[in-house]
Ligand binder design. Structure first.
Ligand code: NAD
Length: 498
């Protein structure tokens, strides 16, 4: 067999053509309407399995189950050590099944095996970390200004948390919410992306195997409308933890505001990767490319605006264009491949439209710019050439709107002040990269760039121990880090007259 035939065979040994069920109150069920939708592999456009399309009634049943588990089931009253033990069992199952979880996601979103395997393995470590945090939940005693009183606080779970997730890193982005919410004693209803539901169902299956009680974790599968929207609207839901586009986040935030439901929103970005003339240029070219072409540009933190200082501009553009043309596209299960397909048809069309728009706005394509048709393998799937635009104006739509694909826009700047001005001239503020060998400049830039994360001489590093989230329209709240449980607890103050 050829290398490619082998990868295809491996792909189908992981998931066969089958019908999936969703998880409500500990039972695996179909949609009340009987309707299903197809799962499609972006590598070859083959559809391979069907998933229930949850109705408004199904969502209601799932929320009621989560409500019962919270209000009557005793889950919030379990000891922190009991919740930690369940999380640790879950962690070990996730690690044991990391390869299957990675491959399942690739089957759904076409991302590279290296990245998906790393992400799947991270989840086990992350769950152990959060299990440790579960046993550190504590309130305070406070010296108030009233005589003869005792005042103190508790951190209590919020209640039922709806988790709505995107397709780009379906399990890792779910894990950022799920572990902390469970550790704090909440119950959850998950609505995975319609593009990646089966990997989430498999993760929920492992949670059940770990021993989480029925109703504590529920999964409803379906589209934003009506499934996601019904979940956001449900009065039984106390908090919505959402990762996805800024436009869906805005709609969800408005709906949630009706009843002041709590929200954590992890939204889009148009992150600047700022390259100063004193940087190590080879590293910077590599970092700029990894920042935007890693994950085929389908990452919220993609460094889609590459800001390059005047004195090295022409040389940098030339090097990045040449290195981009040398990237290998192909089967995401092949570990030697640099970039996989775009994950779905809608996203593919969006990339095509933005590349047309960029050209009509006067930017210059210096690498890529077209659908990849070089081999029959690539023409079968949703492959788009990694694309670099030079001479981009920061005011153009190309530089202001999130494409979420393999498209880099190179923008010129004169000095540090102008770099800061351009970097911050965006509605988004998720992340930024700075490439310099001047330590003072690095510190100044970290403080001056308005984004939730700033990387210096690296890009796209994340870890469960470091908070992540957005400034401005990139979101509300933070996930991960030592305070991750704050997002899933309410502070209760208590007074006693002595
Ligand atoms: P999307 O907003 O289209 O969908 C995300 C999820 O929301 C899906 O499950 C979808 O079904 C659901 N949904 C859509 N509209 C809804 C509505 N009105 N009510 C309830 N649910 C609704 O996003 P996507 O295309 O799946 O993911 C890509 C986007 O996610 C990008 O904008 C990217 O930047 C963002 N993202 C952000 C982060 C982060 O941490 N900040 C991480 C990954 C992705």
């Amino acid at each position: 067999t050829t290398t490619n035939e082998r990868h295809v065979a491996e792909r189908f040994s992981v998931e066969s053509d089958r019908s999936y069920s969703m998880l409500i109150d500990g039972a695996w069920v179909q949609s009340s309407s009987g309707e299903t939708f197809a799962c499609v592999d972006p590598y070859d456009n083959a559809s391979w399995g069907r998933v229930p399309a949850a109705t408004v009634e199904d969502v209601d049943r799932a929320v009621r189950a989560a409500r019962r588990a919270f209000d009557e089931g005793g889950w919030p009253q379990t000891l922190p050590s009991q919740r930690a033990a369940l999380l640790r069992r879950f962690a070990d199952l996730l690690t044991e099944n990391a390869d299957e979880l990675a491959r399942g996601q690739i089957h759904e979103n076409g991302k590279l095996i290296g990245e998906m395997t790393w992400g799947a393995l991270q989840m086990g470590q992350h769950a152990h970390y959060v299990a440790g945090l579960a046993e550190t939940i504590q309130g305070r005693t406070i010296e108030s200004n009233w005589p003869n009183t005792a005042a103190f606080t508790f951190r209590e779970p919020i209640g039922v948390v709806a988790m709505i997730t995107p397709w780009n890193s379906p399990l890792m982005l779910l894990s950022w919410k799920l572990f902390a919410a469970l550790a704090a004693g909440n119950t959850v209803v998950i609505k995975p992306s319609e593009a990646t539901p089966t990997s989430t169902l498999r993760m929920a299956e492992l949670a059940m195997e770990a021993g989480f009680p029925p109703g504590v974790i529920n999964v409803v599968t379906g589209f934003g409308q009506p499934t996601g929207s019904a979940l956001v609207d449900h009065r039984g839901v106390d908090k919505i933890a959402f990762t996805g586009s800024t436009s869906a986040g805005r709609a969800i935030n408005k709906q949630a505001a009706e009843r002041f439901a709590r929200v954590t929103l992890e939204l889009g970005g148009k992150s600047p990767n700022i390259i100063f003339s004193d940087a190590d240029i080879d590293n910077a070219v590599h970092g700029a490319m990894a920042g935007i072409f890693g994950a085929t540009g389908q990452t919220c933190m993609g460094g889609s605006r590459v800001l390059v200082q005047d004195s090295i501009y022409d040389d940098f553009v030339d090097r990045m264009a040449r290195a981009t043309q040398a990237l290998t596209l192909g089967d995401p299960l092949d570990p030697t491949v640099d970039m996989g397909p775009v994950s779905n048809r809608a996203q593919f069309q969006k990339v095509i439209d933005y590349v047309d728009l960029g050209q009509s706005e006067g930017a210059e394509v210096v690498a890529g710019g077209a659908r990849c048709m070089t081999t029959s393998e690539l023409s079968k799937g949703l492959f788009f050439e990694p694309t670099v635009f030079a001479n981009v104006s920061n005011e153009s739509r190309l530089a202001q709107e999130e494409i979420f694909g393999p498209v880099a826009s190179i923008i010129r700047f004169r000095d540090e002040d102008e770099a800061v001005k351009i970097a911050n001239a965006s509605d988004f503020g998720l992340a930024a990269g700075v490439w310099t060998n001047d330590v003072s400049r690095a510190h100044r830039m970290i403080r001056r760039v308005r984004s939730g994360t700033v990387w210096v001489n690296t890009y796209r590093l994340t870890n469960y121990s470091v908070p992540f989230g957005g400034f401005k329209q990139s979101g509300i709240g933070r996930e991960l880090g030592p305070d991750a449980l704050d997002a899933y607890t309410e502070v209760k103050s208590a007074w006693i007259d002595l």
